[in-house]
Design a binder for this molecule. Structure first.
Ligand code: IVH
Length: 668
């Protein structure tokens, strides 16, 4: 065959096979027998082999899986991948509904969807061509799993319109594929996957796309990252649009105009859940109107216009064999229940945190007790209660120790705290936990440096503080147990890459007491660099709304410590970035809003917005929010029960707004 006729035939085959694949995998309604599909595929593969120049990335032949990767590249989600707030009962849902109605009025309608138990993925298309698939990661940075996503048959490689769009959804493993996979693994003597979600995640984390291709994964798409590129006014219209573009969406979705209808949908699916061919772990309720969604906005983590109802967790009975103690990063001693291994919601559980001594007393937990165990949020094992009537008299009372189980220094109970703490700053357990924290996902996010490797490195005295991580060599790492050349070079690359992280990751990673991931972000945004943050006074810090007295003290104390200064100098010398790289609040000059360059004080109770939200919005418009009223204040927003700040503003003749006026100006 000559090139020209080959080209024509290849195009024909590609189109035909794409259409048949779509009918089979997306519509679940094949129009040709499997044998016919296979015959055409063989013909296409042969022609593409003979004329490789005719192979295109959207050819149906490309789903078999290409070259093996070295590692997954990181992908930045320019539109963050949010998660959802949870509801566990009817009241939570009624509260959600009330909040929505209060914010946007009575004219609301919801879309209920099944909450698919897989893993969130983002798919990017450029001019209708599949360009990139990624995992959620921490919501801002995920991993590039394009090669694996391409092998999922229900993911279109070319859309029915040449648009550039980013869609989000769930990749999952159907129950049948999961059972077949585990059966085959059992026969080969391989470890079994605990549940379909782990199997799906494990498949997409394979560097060899041929493995993912063999795993029979599927998708449901449920959200458009950039809905403004298409002409839709509601979430439900967006889903219909996704259908028209060739995506697989879940057909069990239902529009509900009242919370009663939502509850009915939940009841229905709680009963029908076992009959589904895939696992679900709840129901997602989304406000339908995109305009109303925008009015409600999002918190840092999740949209305010949606919520996930989680099915109640499975509870099982087991025996509490012992209580072990562990020392955390901040010296807190945590008692952990050691349980007779038992299967709960798909995985074997043998440990559960008991948090502190008070909780052990409250629940009247004794060693040897029969206990009820569940997984909170289906992830974290928890002892729910004790079956006291099954006691034999052999059970033993548990007492917290007086000395640290790791370094033997005396434990203290700080004022106002329930926890016992080891306050020895040189306690090896605390140092080790601090190192584990530093490399964790919300901190420096160093792949391949998990708890086990860190513990080994620490035990071998190859690292004693976080700066040592940047001095690790190939020779040192290769000497560790179970470390091959490939993993060592990947690890070194991940360490190197972490140097470029934006400042907030480092600030959080340092483990300054009371400074969580969110506060770290605020600090990085406000101060811009580590030097400026380190030089900040308590007043500078408390001038920021989210930073309270205690946190400010903790930050100032931290940077006053010589050890901290040395550590930061070492990190700097190692080439670790010390600057904030994210979006800065808009500067006053850039903004032409009424807030530009104005100092605003918020006082009293706001009804529609939290203080933080109001502050964020004002700052985004170029305003500055201060904590106290002075001659420099331009504007005071007074909510309900405003007190002395309002009086002072009146005395000084400062302009005063109510919340309504604020909202009006913010929404302009
Ligand atoms: S909506 C901003 N819809 O549940 C929208 N999520 O914490 C966020 N999930 O990470 C997600 N089924 O992996 C949405 N129909 C559905 C879903 C769904 C499963 C997962 C998703 C997300 C998590 C929520």
């Amino acid at each position: 065959m000559d090139l020209q006729s080959a080209e024509q035939r290849v195009k024909e085959l590609q189109n035909q096979l794409s259409q048949y694949g779509y009918e089979y995998y997306v519509l679940d309604n094949p129009s040709v027998p499997d044998a016919e599909y296979d015959r055409l595929m063989q013909e296409l593969l042969k022609l593409e082999e003979e004329f490789p120049e005719l192979k295109t990335p959207d050819s149906p032949s490309q789903r078999v899986g290409g070259a093996v990767l070295d590692m997954f590249e990181k992908v930045e989600h320019t539109i963050p991948m949010l998660s959802l707030g949870n509801a566990f009962n009817e009241q939570d849902l009624r509260d959600f509904d009330a909040r929505i109605r209060k914010a946007v009025g009575e004219n609301v309608s919801y879309v209920c969807e099944l909450k698919i138990d897989g893993l969130a993925v983002s798919l990017r298309y450029e001019d209708g061509l599949f360009a990139q698939g990624s995992t959620r990661g921490d919501g801002t940075i995920g991993e590039d799993i394009t090669a694996n996503i391409r092998t999922i048959q229900s993911v279109p490689l070319r859309l029915k319109e040449p648009i550039s769009i980013e869609v989000r959804g769930e990749a999952y493993m159907p129950k049948r594929s999961f059972e077949a996979l585990n059966k085959a693994r059992q026969e080969r003597g391989e470890e079994l996957f605990a549940n379909p979600r782990n199997a799906a995640a494990g498949s997409l984390r394979q560097l060899d796309p041929k493995i993912a291709a063999s795993r029979k994964l599927d998708t449901f798409l449920y959200n458009i990252g950039n809905p403004e590129v298409i002409d839709v006014a509601a979430h439900s219209e967006g889903l219909d649009y996704l259908d028209r573009l060739g995506f697989k969406t879940n057909k069990e979705r239902r529009k509900c105009s009242t919370i009663e209808d939502v509850l009915k949908y939940i009841k229905e699916w709680t009963e029908k859940r076992p009959q589904l061919p895939y696992e679900i772990d709840g129901i997602v309720i989304k406000l339908d109107s995109l305009e109303q969604q925008a009015a409600l906005g999002t918190t840092a983590k999740s949209p305010r216009w949606a919520i996930a109802y989680k099915f109640p967790a499975e509870e099982v009975v087991t025996t509490l064999l012992d209580i072990e103690l562990s020392v955390g990063r901040t010296g807190v001693i945590t008692p952990t229940a050691i349980l007779e291994p038992v299967k709960v919601a798909g995985t074997t559980v043998q440990r559960a945190s008991l948090h502190n001594e008070d909780l052990i007393r409250e629940k009247d937990i004794k060693i040897g007790d029969k206990v009820v165990v569940k997984k909170a949020g289906d992830i974290i094992p928890e002892v729910v209660n004790v079956l006291a009537d099954q006691r034999t008299g052999e059970e033993r009372e548990f007492h917290m120790p007086t000395h640290c189980p790791e370094c033997e220094s005396e434990l203290v109970r700080l004022e106002g705290e329930v926890a016992l703490r080891c306050i020895n700053p040189k306690c090896p357990a605390q140092i080790r936990e601090g190192l584990i924290h530093f490399v964790s996902r919300d901190a420096m996010n160093i792949d391949g440096l998990g708890e086990k490797v860190i513990s080994q490195l620490f035990a071998e005295q190859l690292i004693s503080d976080v700066a040592d991580i940047y001095k690790l060599t190939y020779e040192q790492l290769i000497s560790l147990e179970r470390m091959g050349a490939k993993s060592v070079s990947n690890l070194l690359e991940a360490i190197e890459a972490s140097k470029a992280n934006s400042l907030e990751k480092l600030v959080f990673g340092l483990g300054i007491r009371l400074v969580g991931a969110k506060a770290a972000k605020t600090l990085a945004q406000q101060f811009g660099s580590m030097d400026r943050l380190a030089a900040a006074s308590k007043d500078d810090l408390t001038a920021i709304n989210e930073i309270g007295d205690k946190m400010a003290d903790s930050i100032v104390n931290y940077f006053e410590m010589e050890e901290a200064q040395e550590l930061i100098a070492e990190l700097k010398a190692a080439g670790v970035n010390m600057d904030y790289k994210g979006a800065k609040p808009v500067s006053a000059e850039e903004s032409d809003s009424v807030f530009a360059g104005k100092t605003v004080v918020l006082t009293g109770k706001l009804e529609q917005l939290s203080r933080n939200e109001a502050k964020e919005k004002i700052e985004a418009l170029g305003g500055n929010v201060a904590g106290s009223v002075s001659k420099k204040t331009h504007l005071v927003v007074a909510g309900a029960d405003a007190g002395s700040k309002l009086t002072k503003a009146q005395e000084l003749g400062i302009e005063i707004w109510d919340e309504e006026k604020l909202l009006e100006e913010l929404n302009k």
